[in-house]
Design a protein around this ligand. Structure first.
Ligand code: NAD
Length: 423
């Protein structure tokens, strides 16, 4: 791989951009298209005044970035976290463009974030932040414009508030303005499990390709939130051996494998710290769990976990990126040299946006599908996309990540050429 132009390895925008550059160069993307696709369409910064419970007035900073509307409305989550930056939101918006194109659904990429710490805010404060953020963005979001969803620090309740606020502004209930909503407000069956299910589907495909069997495949999952816990649960149910689990409090490793429904009960019903799970194994930090013996490593927490400092310590045969950006661009080359079969984030975690797309379709139809129908359609999309990415990698002699980017960029560039530039 040619030397990547990355100044700061941990800057996710630089990581995303470096992969775009490599893929665009390999595609021979013409200069104008290259520049069009490299930069976002729009970046919006909002200053959100919020009356805190104490009576104090606080101003929160929020962003929404539209990377592309070439193939359809923008689609992407809203993140509430203290370390949100415009660079991060920009990177995540671009990733959404490529992710939607990899799985061939009719959306472009967007992303939003508010700099705040949800753990330190009351429900009322979170609701007021969400509503004012939505009101500030009301002319830029909508079923035909930009369709947000939950991300780190936000959930289906946040989406219900966004939906309600938007609906009050447009004067009619518009469920299709967001996805990841509660079922009773137009959410889709299967959405909660969708990202984890997508991870399992791509792992099944990788196993078939590498001649491996679920029963003898050891999996380490970092992150036990929506993506990680659902992936662990579904993979456990399917016969995989989950030997490592971790959340922000720490991790556990047990060669014999975990009874994941019991871990779920411990964490989500009994609300106890994951590392204290009684039938657990050896305790590790959430970071060290990544380097324990396993066949599949499934990071499903935050960015920048696998870097040039530690990529040589990864013991897995398969890396399935449940999180967005868990591997830095500079670490890619080390993993490739080690022969790790990487299922890149824009494919591995695309199950979530795929079922979000189904939710949007169902809301607009006013007709809701059975869960098995949702799951079957998801399986069709993910399996087809996996096949397309690995075929592209084989044909063009590139790794899976660059293949996924090339396929996606090619699709967006083709649509852009058909549309032409409005002047
Ligand atoms: P979540 O908030 O539900 O869960 C995050 C989990 O990661 C929690 O268990 C938390 O304890 C853990 N965690 C946080 N910081 C950590 C750290 N430093 N080390 C180890 N563990 C840590 O979030 P989520 O929705 O599961 O999202 C996880 C990742 O997957 C994010 O990168 C997100 O962008 C990506 N993603 C989510 C979806 C989705 O549908 N939820 C879809 C695609 C991608």
């Amino acid at each position: 791989m040619a030397t990547l132009a990355v100044q700061n390895e941990l800057n996710v925008y630089e990581s995303a951009d470096a992969r775009f550059e490599t893929a665009a160069r390999k595609l021979g993307l013409e200069d104008g298209l290259y520049r069009y696709l490299k930069y976002p369409n729009k970046e919006i910064t909002v200053y959100i005044p919020v009356a805190m419970d104490s009576g104090r007035l606080e101003i929160f900073v929020g962003y929404r970035v539209h990377h592309s509307i070439v193939r359809g409305p923008c689609k992407g989550g809203i993140r509430f976290a203290p370390d949100v930056t415009l660079d991060e939101v920009r990177a995540l918006a671009a990733w959404m463009t490529w992710k939607c194109a990899v799985v061939n659904i009719p959306f472009g990429g967007g992303k939003g974030g508010v700099i705040c710490d949800p753990a330190k805010l009351s429900q009322g404060e979170l609701e007021r932040i969400t509503r004012r953020y939505t009101a500030e963005l009301s002319e830029w979001i909508g079923p035909e414009r930009d369709v947000p969803a939950p991300d780190l620090g936000t959930n289906e309740q946040t989406m219900a508030w966004v939906m309600d606020t938007y609906s009050m502004h447009v004067r009619h209930t518009t469920t299709a303005v967001v996805t990841g909503k509660p079922l009773d407000l137009g959410g889709s069956l299967g959405r909660k499990e969708a990202t984890g299910r997508g991870c399992q589907l791509v792992c099944d495909k990788a196993l078939a390709r590498l001649g491996m069997k679920r029963e003898t495949t050891r999996v380490v999952v970092q992150g036990f939130g929506n993506v990680g816990s659902m992936a662990a649960m579904l993979m456990h149910r399917a016969g995989y051996k989950i030997v490592g689990v971790a959340d922000v409090h720490g991790g556990l490793y047990n060669e014999k494998g975990f009874d994941i429904p019991k871990v779920m009960d411990w964490v989500y019903v009994q609300r106890r710290p994951l590392p204290e799970f009684p039938a657990g194994g050896t305790q590790f930090t959430a970071h060290e769990i990544l380097f324990q013996p396993c066949d599949i490593l499934l990071p499903a927490a935050v960015e920048n976990q696998i870097t040039t400092e530690n990529a040589h310590r990864v013991q897995a045969r398969i890396l399935c990126e449940g999180a967005n950006g868990p591997t830095t661009a500079l670490a890619d080359e080390i993993l490739q040299k080690k022969g790790v079969f990487v299922i890149p984030d824009i494919l591995a975690n695309a199950g979530g946006v795929t079922v979000s797309y189904f939710e949007w379709v169902q809301d607009r139809q006013g007709l809701f599908w059975r869960e098995d129908e949702v799951n079957q359609r998801l399986q069709d999309v993910i399996e087809r996309s996996f096949d397309e990415v690995v075929r592209y990698a084989d044909t063009h002699d590139v790794d899976n990540r660059i293949a996924a980017y090339m396929l996606a960029i090619d699709r967006v560039a083709f649509a852009l050429k058909l549309r032409g530039i409005y002047a």
